[in-house]
Design a protein around this ligand. Structure first.
Ligand SMILES: [Zn+2]
Length: 113
């Protein structure tokens, strides 16, 4: 898996991620202050935790890895299990298309509709 493929999997592969992977990535995007505020909201309303998983052991274990290791772990799982569905490469130049469903190459202009 190249660095480009890793970035592509993390940016375009959200719908193939497990709920705890999505929650962990969402939490990585929060500042420390936002984490404190959101955690307080969860303490008041447990249903709110569906979004962040502060009360979910699987999500907390992923967050504990740290952002870099978390992203690598998710990208490796997506690469292993969903590579063909997510990584959309041009049949002519074999570079990555803009999205998993694109049918025209942004690099060489080839169209495979
Ligand atoms: Zn191409």
């Amino acid at each position: 898996m190249t660095e480009e493929e890793k970035t592509y999997l993390l940016e375009k592969g959200r719908s193939w991620m497990l709920p705890e992977e999505q929650r962990a990535l969402t939490r990585c995007g929060l500042t420390i202050w936002e984490k404190i505020v959101e955690r307080r909201k969860v303490q008041r309303n447990r249903e709110y935790d569906e979004y962040y998983g502060f009360l979910d052991n699987n999500t907390n274990a992923l967050v504990a890895l740290g952002e870099d290791a978390l992203k690598l772990k998710i990208a490796e799982r997506l690469f292993k299990n969903h590579k063909e569905q997510i990584l959309n490469t041009c049949p002519r130049c074999e570079k990555l298309a803009r999205t998993p469903l694109a049918k025209q190459c942004r690099h060489c202009g080839f169209d495979w509709h």
